[in-house]
Design a protein around this ligand. Structure first.
Ligand code: ZN
Ligand code: ZN
Length: 353
């Protein structure tokens, strides 16, 4: 049953299903948008109608204001002009989905952003069988191999204790949606009190309606400098170097991000400590996830697309890159951070037989 056009196409507006006349995570305003998750490069303002998982709906309402949202549950089939769409857990952040698209026996899956490790907040990733997989590859370089979350938290807790013992405030940077809640969920509150920047706490308030998060204290103009000593502050990366952060003096900074795998990234941003923790797949899990879908055709959307799709072709996949406007998490994926020199420093490309 050959189609004249592929089931999903890459257009100037975004990923488009012509048969159903809908877009997936479009970057230009469209009539009907299916949204994988709440990060700003995937859930953009200006669409007439949004369709997303019910856990993502409050997030995008919070970020985008008065929008028209239809909510779906995992696996619920949505039939649009003969095309069957369904949302499946992506494990990236709370409410993040992959979108499965089926038409006349042909199945495509768009991963959005995804990771394999269960972070205790996002519904864990499930591989979905398909013929064609559209995948992100934000960390699609062999240099990226994550250590288990449990070990990262041991490092973070030790860092916090040491700072506390030396009378300093620990400022930990993480993206407002996803990363900070993941940090919060697993931080050991027996060490000290956890404070939050207003932007982080506003997002926490939205999420507390349906996820269990430890207690935090919002930093306001009335917060005393003395009470912050020895505490841990969760703040967006954009506050680094700002006037806001001077209230924490004496303080030390750390960032929790996949980019911290690049030593140069931490140095260049003048962050005292880097913890390697990502909400995206590392190199081995990208390869495992793709294999488990059974897909023979793979389209890479964002990240190290050229290197990654070339490697997939060496493995025998029909793989290619399409350019999109997905950017990765703002403030985490800083083009200055992942420079060519970093890549050359740390990358050993594996040999294929
Ligand atoms: Zn994302
Ligand atoms: Zn993304």
């Amino acid at each position: 049953m050959p189609h004249h056009k592929p089931l999903l196409q890459f257009t100037p507006q975004g990923i488009y299903c012509a048969q159903a006349d809908v877009h997936l995570d479009p970057w230009k305003p469209v009539k009907r948008a299916l949204i994988t998750h709440g990060h700003s490069d995937h859930a953009r303002w200006g669409h007439e109608h949004y369709l997303t998982h019910h856990r993502n709906a409050p997030i995008i309402r919070h970020r985008l204001g008065d929008i028209q949202v239809q909510e779906v549950a995992w696996g619920d089939p949505i039939l649009i002009n003969g095309v069957k769409f369904s949302f499946h857990p992506a494990g990236h952040i709370i409410g993040s989905s992959q979108i499965r698209v089926e038409y006349r026996g042909e199945i495509w899956v768009f991963t959005g952003d995804y990771k394999r490790e269960d972070d205790g907040l996002a519904t864990p990733y499930e591989p979905i069988r398909c013929h064609t997989l559209i995948t992100e590859c934000t960390f699609g370089l062999p240099a990226f191999k994550w250590i288990p979350q449990r070990e990262v938290f041991e490092e973070i807790h030790q860092w916090w204790r040491e700072n506390k013992d030396s009378g300093k405030t620990s400022v930990l940077f993480g993206y407002t949606l996803g990363k900070t809640q993941r940090l919060l969920k697993h931080l050991d509150q027996s060490i000290g009190k956890i404070y939050t920047h207003g932007a982080v706490e506003n997002m926490n308030e939205v999420l507390r309606h349906y996820v269990d998060l430890p207690e935090t204290t919002r930093i306001t103009k009335d917060t005393l400098k003395s009470e912050l000593i020895g505490s841990l502050v969760l703040a967006p990366p954009s506050t680094h170097g700002s006037a806001w952060i001077r209230k924490m003096v004496p303080f030390v900074t750390a960032s929790a991000s996949g980019w911290m795998a690049f030593r140069g990234a931490r140095r260049r941003r003048a962050i005292d400590r880097g913890f390697v923790m990502s909400d995206h797949c590392d190199w081995p899990s990208l390869l495992d996830c793709i294999r488990e879908t059974g897909a023979t055709k793979v389209i890479c959307t964002h990240g190290y697309t050229d290197i990654f799709s070339r490697y997939l072709r060496e493995l025998g996949y029909d793989a290619r890159t399409e350019s999109t406007q997905y950017e990765g998490e703002q403030g985490e994926l800083d083009p200055k951070i992942a420079s060519e020199s970093d890549v050359n420093d740390d990358t050993e490309f594996p040999q294929t037989a």
